[in-house]
Design a protein. Structure first.
Length: 429
């Protein structure tokens, strides 16, 4: 589906559904708006269940203040209007009370957007609007003042978050990314002290844009094996997104087709709406014409070249697993048999591993080391199939969650060496 083709009411409906299903708003909290070309503002209605909104429930407020629709506009319409007045360049506003961001708002802190590369580019600097009564002109003025400084994300003290964008897709992307940063920082803070990127790391990541030559136009029909791989990959990408292992723009999947050829996710496209034709074919070091592969494409290529047992590679930022990549705490898989069998040892690699010396990094992914964490960067999972790599990523995230949450209960007891040897014998590891 091409989101940008939808009219404003459908875009709002689609986006509020996405926010609600991911537990980022309650049924009564949160409102979205889109400013149309003629200045009309389309907005969610007041007092209608967010879980059951229909297209005809969306309200249009004309430039003269008259309202078209079945309901009254959201009670927080005044601050949407104040933002559009302060920022003529913005065309959409997302407001909600997602629990992780509300946690920050009630300790009056902004989430750190400098823990992973790319987050600051999406969210920008995050401002803080002083508390005021919901629905009041005062609240509108406080929020508009943050936007007038050129920011696009404003935390609201003791309330929630407001994000603006050039389009609703753009505002949603920043909203989701900031919420992801908030969740990740909360998880990591439960384990240790989360690190920020250094200036040198930020510069390295920003400059690491692989430039691959373009493949010639295909001379015949696409092989069936490639079509099947494209369809299956899209299923898994959407599933990874629904399971919140990926965010809308982060998370890379690749699958080997034949020697020297593989399919990989494109850079920057929304993972929720990924279609088979969006995936990028890489063959003999060249990329499918007119498409931009994920930034980690050279690492994927190096792993396939070096490790013939690997058929699929995933690069993700799943928030519980990332808690270990952001702190000095080691990830120990000897917690339950499932974790040890699928994850084995899980080394931590330095931040630079995905950009420089990808050959050495690829050499680490032997059959005994299917996954690795990269400091302030990502988790890399390899597998003998798409399903196997996905399974490992999911097990890593669930195991990480158990470890992070167990820390609230007491001391963790790891399986002893004899139990591990029994597992290794029984499962021929
Ligand atoms: Zn609110």
């Amino acid at each position: 589906m091409k989101f940008d083709y939808l009219p404003p009411a459908d875009q709002i409906l689609e986006t509020i559904g996405r926010i609600y299903r991911f537990g980022m708003t309650t049924t009564s909290g949160g409102n979205l708006s889109v400013r149309d070309d003629n200045g009309d503002i389309w907005i969610t209605p007041a007092g209608v269940d967010k879980g059951n909104l229909r297209r005809e429930d969306i309200v249009r407020v004309r430039g003269d203040g008259s309202v078209v629709g079945l309901h009254k506009p959201s009670s927080e319409f005044p601050f949407h209007q104040a933002i559009y007045r302060a920022r003529p360049d913005l065309r959409a506003v997302v407001h909600a009370h997602p629990p992780a961001l509300v946690s920050f708002s009630i300790v009056r802190r902004t989430p750190n957007v400098d823990m992973l590369p790319g987050e600051r580019d999406i969210c920008g600097e995050v401002g803080m609007a002083p508390y005021a009564l919901p629905g009041s002109e005062r609240l509108g003025a406080n929020i508009a003042a943050v936007f007038a400084e050129g920011k696009r994300c404003a935390m609201l003290e003791n309330h929630g978050i407001v994000v603006g964008g050039d389009t609703l897709a753009d505002a949603y992307k920043a909203f989701e990314t900031l919420e992801f940063c908030a969740r990740m920082e909360i998880r990591a803070s439960g384990l240790g002290r989360p690190r920020s990127l250094t200036e040198a790391q930020r510069t390295l990541a920003a400059s690491a844009v692989p430039a691959l030559p373009a493949l010639p136009a295909p001379s015949g029909p696409m092989p069936t094996a490639e079509r099947e791989a494209r369809v299956r990959m899209c299923d898994f990408i959407r599933r990874s997104y629904e399971q919140r292992l990926f965010t809308s723009t982060q998370g890379t999947f690749s699958v080997k087709l034949a020697s020297e050829a593989f399919l990989i996710t494109p850079h920057g496209l929304d993972r929720k709406y990924m279609e088979p034709e969006d995936l990028v074919l890489i063959r003999d070091g060249a990329a499918e014409r007119g498409k931009q592969p994920s930034r980690s494409v050279l690492l994927h290529r190096a792993i396939y070249a070096r490790q013939p047992h690997v058929q699929s590679v995933l690069v993700a930022h799943s928030p519980y697993t990332m808690a270990f990549a952001l702190t000095d705490v080691a990830f120990e898989s000897k917690t339950i048999p499932e974790a040890y069998i699928l994850l084995r040892g899980m080394p931590k690699l330095p931040f630079e591993s995905v950009y420089a010396s990808v050959e050495q990094t690829a050499a680490r992914f032997t059959p005994d080391v299917p996954l690795a964490l990269v400091d302030n960067n990502c988790v890399i999972a390899t597998g003998s199939s798409l399903l196997n790599a996905f399974d490992r990523l999911e097990v890593a995230e669930y195991s990480a969650k158990s470890i992070v949450e167990a820390a609230n209960l007491g001391e963790i007891v790891h399986m002893d060496d004899a139990s591990i040897r029994d597992i290794e014998t029984a499962f021929r590891l």
